[in-house]
Design a protein around this ligand. Sequence first.
Ligand code: SF4
Ligand code: SF4
Length: 86
Amino acid sequence: MAVMQCRPSCGACCIAPSISSPIPGMPNGKAAGEHCIHLSLDWKCNIFNDASRPKVCADFQADDVFCGNNRDVALINLTNLESDTK
Ligand code: SF4
Ligand code: SF4
């Protein structure tokens, strides 16, 4: 899988996938398709540089296979990936 730079103001991976580890303010993580409460209105992580940001978020590596050329593609790809890996 090719490494790419995370696209600014995308946040698709903060919406489409479920996250099972606790997120500050979301102790049970989040469901697939649910917006993380830390995702700002302009699709940025409000706790990006905070130590409380879940490890799973920091570990998520942008990948052009999933992230595509725009956030709509990323939302579709990551939603499909989520249902494929259920
Ligand atoms: S879906 Fe990909 S490009 Fe978009 S925010 Fe997540 S890692 Fe970055
Ligand atoms: S904590 Fe930040 S990086 Fe993690 S899902 Fe929420 S908004 Fe995205």
